[in-house]
Design a protein around this ligand. Structure first.
Ligand SMILES: Nc1ncnc2c1ncn2[C@@H]1O[C@H](COP(=O)(O)OP(=O)(O)OP(=O)(O)O)[C@@H](O)[C@H]1O
Ligand SMILES: [Mg+2]
Length: 263
């Protein structure tokens, strides 16, 4: 990995799942240093698709993307080694009940060579990652017995146990109460200060606006990309969501009032 490469480069990227309806249209964005970026936009705007392209899970129909200089199509293995991912809906519904520790180990073992047997230093890293997200006490618990917010923290621990340079998070704050949201956002800010780039899809901009460097407003196309003060403007949001969005200001921070609508 060369640090001379931008973290993320997307160049005229298109994803068309069927032949008629593109999910991403001509997306070009460069992230050239570690930043905390949120991606927002209506349902069906292509947010999850964008993260999956960066992980090499979906191939661009046109254009190209690189992460740390690695091509998402040809060098996805390299990218996954450096990247932690929290999927939008993770159905961890196994026949064998998994402990919290086992779930977090899943973030480490695929990056190891076969045979993938956890070492004592792996278990130490798992313990540290769980402590980092405030779940150190629960590592022998059954994952399925945890609350939604606790599960979300464990999934975050799984994404960051390998100390990734890039974290891709797909709505990690959904189903999480306000106190846990705050805890997670503080963890993310800390990681960002340590040099991790975070790309987080968020349903709601308001809880995160104070924490982020950049906002990407996506509706198949990139409607806007910039700092919160550049992006949080009524005309920009109204274009992305297709209806009038109100922006209010409170204590020096702008908040967007959007509903839950479809693209
Ligand atoms: N595997 C797939 N096959 C076909 N179409 C898909 C597939 N995945 C997503 N799509 C379509 O691509 C578009 C974008 O989907 P995507 O999941 O990226 O949106 P999103 O912005 O993450 O939405 P949400 O806010 O609901 O999570 C949608 O129209 C969706 O139906
Ligand atoms: Mg999605």
């Amino acid at each position: 990995m060369g640090s001379e490469h931008p973290v993320i480069e997307m160049n005229s990227l298109w994803v068309v799942y069927d032949h008629t309806h593109p999910a991403l249209v001509d997306v070009s964005v460069v992230v050239d240093k570690p930043e905390f970026i949120i991606v927002i936009g209506p349902n069906g705007a292509g947010k999850t698709t964008l993260l999956k392209v960066l992980l090499g899970m979906i191939k661009p129909t046109k254009g190209w993307a690189r992460v740390f200089g690695f091509d998402v199509v040809r060098e996805a293995e390299e990218i996954r080694r450096l990247t932690g991912y929290v999927p939008q809906r993770d159905i961890i519904n196994f026949e064998v009940p998994l402990s919290v520790k086992d779930v977090v180990l899943m973030g480490l073992l695929p990056k190891k060579r076969i045979p993938r047997i956890p070492s004592s230093s792996d278990l130490k890293r798992v313990e540290e990652a769980l402590e980092f997200v405030g779940m150190g006490d629960l590592w022998e618990e059954k994952f399925s017995d945890l609350s939604g917010g606790q599960q979300q923290r464990v999934l975050l621990a799984r994404a960051l146990v390998s100390e990734p340079k890039l974290l891709l998070l797909d709505e990690p704050l959904s189903a999480v109460d306000v106190a846990s949201q705050d805890a997670i956002l503080r963890i993310l800010r800390h990681l960002r200060e340590e040099g991790t780039t975070i790309v987080m899809v968020s349903h709601d901009i308001n809880p995160v606006v104070e924490y982020v460097d950049k906002i990407m407003l996506l509706n198949k196309r990139v409607v806007a990309y910039g700092t919160p003060s550049e992006v949080i403007r009524e005309e920009v949001f109204s274009e992305a969501y297709g209806y009038k969005v109100k922006i209010i200001e409170h204590a020096g921070v702008c908040y967007a009032i959007t509903g839950d609508v479809h693209a």
